[in-house]
Ligand binder design. Structure first.
Ligand SMILES: Cc1cc2nc3c(=O)[nH]c(=O)nc-3n(C[C@H](O)[C@H](O)[C@H](O)COP(=O)(O)OP(=O)(O)OC[C@H]3O[C@@H](n4cnc5c(N)ncnc54)[C@H](O)[C@@H]3O)c2cc1C
Length: 444
């Protein structure tokens, strides 16, 4: 064992090169350096010692959940030790009175969601990786998902977080209740910080009552150009879907050709999935009102008539990025976001710039998964990505709606962001992590 790691008590320590290889990357294209070790702490004493050793040895502690991140945030750089909290104790507890759930960071998000559901409650954040990712990773990336258009992102559902900070201790940020105004909200600063300020060890999450009704619909459109109007059309008419997703004609074609059976039957030139969870949403009256709001844009509407059908539709949606990746292994995929009202302007701008893109994603909140399928062949890939970023920024949008900056978007973030903001983030990093032991080299 590496000598300086031998003082760490109460932890599983992995140093086998073949195993460490698997920790060099997440689900992005980034391949990081081989870490010195992976440490799975089993108690606060291990974390305390890890921080002491990191400061003494100049190590970079790289927090890792389950490595589903798409920004290279968990890829090690430099002399790194990966810190994985899957062995950290804590479990899950629910308070129905507080509508709160406490869980350790290493808990799978799927377990958080299913424990809430068993109590008739709901933890809404639903990144499409919910059945694979960890709670800690979803907090550190402020993950969003299809339901963000109605329910917001992970940060909107966290009361408090516990985090390992540079003094080697675990501190609690926030209280387990809605109202807390004692100073700036440091919990919110840790959420979405991609592990550069400290390591989240646990969180208290806000729950809501599980919706009693839900209706899922497929909405094929015959004119793809109409689809960007759909979110505005719905909100202006008093409807807020709990999910509103889309596939453009090229992605839909690819799914029909290479997707599972359900995908082969998908109708329309382009297609939206709309889901509502309001009381009464499954009634004919409600559906007629929705159809009236949508008007002639829709060719027809297909309502999922069973849980199985609903699951099959979502399964195709969840598999979309995997199917595209299988067919176009060198594609570049970005997750830009623009305000809902600017979605049409985005597509017009992309056409004017002749960006060779195909898109799908979260139509309801303007978070568009934009893919350059032939990035390897065009040679202009980097220029196209920067043009894409400039376009979304001009429209009041952002380089990333949910995946974060990590390493993958760091250069573009530094180039295109107000320098004062970058210096402010660096200043906060320096104040909270003066030795630079937490995931340094990421984001800024
Ligand atoms: C098929 C697929 C679908 C996806 N869909 C979505 C989606 O709909 N929405 C979305 O937002 N994302 C999505 N993602 C991206 C990713 O899954 C999410 O961001 C996820 O929440 C990351 O969790 P993780 O446990 O895998 O984190 P990791 O990938 O292990 O880490 C992600 C980042 O968080 C940091 N981190 C991890 N744990 C901690 C901790 N305890 N404390 C501090 N920092 C930590 C890491 O250092 C890294 O910077 C998807 C990914 C895949 C593969």
């Amino acid at each position: 064992m590496i000598k300086f790691l031998s003082s760490i008590p109460n932890a599983v320590i992995i140093e086998l090169t073949e195993t460490l290889e698997g920790y060099r990357r997440d689900e992005s294209h980034i391949v990081g350096d081989l870490p010195l070790a992976v440490v799975k702490p089993q108690g606060p004493d291990a974390l305390r010692e890890l921080v002491r050793v990191a400061k003494g040895e100049g190590l970079n502690l790289v927090p890792r959940g389950t490595g589903t991140g798409k920004a290279g945030g968990a890829a090690p750089i430099g002399r790194s030790v990966v810190v994985e909290l899957s062995e950290y104790p804590g479990g899950i507890s629910v308070s129905s009175a507080e509508l709160a759930l406490r869980a350790s960071a290493g808990t799978f998000l799927r377990d958080v969601k299913s424990v809430a559901t068993e109590r008739g409650l709901c933890y809404p954040p639903d990144p499409n990786s919910w059945d694979q990712c960890s709670l800690g990773g979803s907090l550190a990336t402020n993950a969003g998902g299809p339901c963000a258009c109605k329910y917001g992102m992970t940060r909107h559902w966290a009361y408090s977080v516990d985090a390992l900070m540079e003094d080697g201790e675990i501190h609690r940020f926030g209280i387990d209740s809605v109202k807390n105004n004692a100073g700036p909200n440091l919990a919110q600063m840790l959420i979405g910080s991609e592990g550069i300020f400290g390591i989240i060890t646990a969180a208290s999450l806000r729950l809501t009552h599980a919706p009693r009704e839900r209706v899922t619909m497929l909405l094929p459109v015959s004119r793809w150009e109409d689809l960007p109007e759909l979110p505005g059309r719905l909100t202006q008419n008093g409807f807020m879907p709990s999910a509103l997703e889309f596939w453009d004609p090229a992605v839909l074609k690819c799914l029909r050709r290479f997707g599972p059976d359900e995908a082969r039957r998908l109708p329309g030139e382009a297609l939206a999935i709309i889901e509502f969870d309001d009381a009464g949403c499954a009634s004919e009256v409600f559906l007629n009102m929705v159809m009236e709001a949508i008007g002639s844009m829709a060719e027809s509407i297909r309502v999922a008539s069973s849980v199985r059908q609903r699951e099959a539709i979502w399964d195709v949606r969840r598999q979309t990025s995997v199917i595209l990746k299988e067919q176009f292994p060198n594609k570049i995929s970005e997750d830009v976001a623009v305000p809902r009202s600017k979605i049409r302007a985005f597509f017009e701008g992309a056409e004017k710039l002749k960006l060779p893109i195909v898109t799908y994603g979260h139509l309801g909140d303007g978070n568009l998964h934009v893919n350059l399928l032939f990035a390897d062949k065009s040679g202009d890939a980097e220029r196209n990505v920067i043009s894409l970023f400039r376009l979304v920024l001009e429209l009041g949008g952002t380089l990333t709606g949910e995946h974060g900056i990590g390493l993958a978007k760091r250069d573009a973030f530094l180039m295109l962001t107000d320098p004062w903001r970058i210096e402010a983030i660096r200043g906060i990093k320096k104040a909270l992590d003066p030795h630079g032991i937490f995931n340094s080299g990421k984001v800024v």
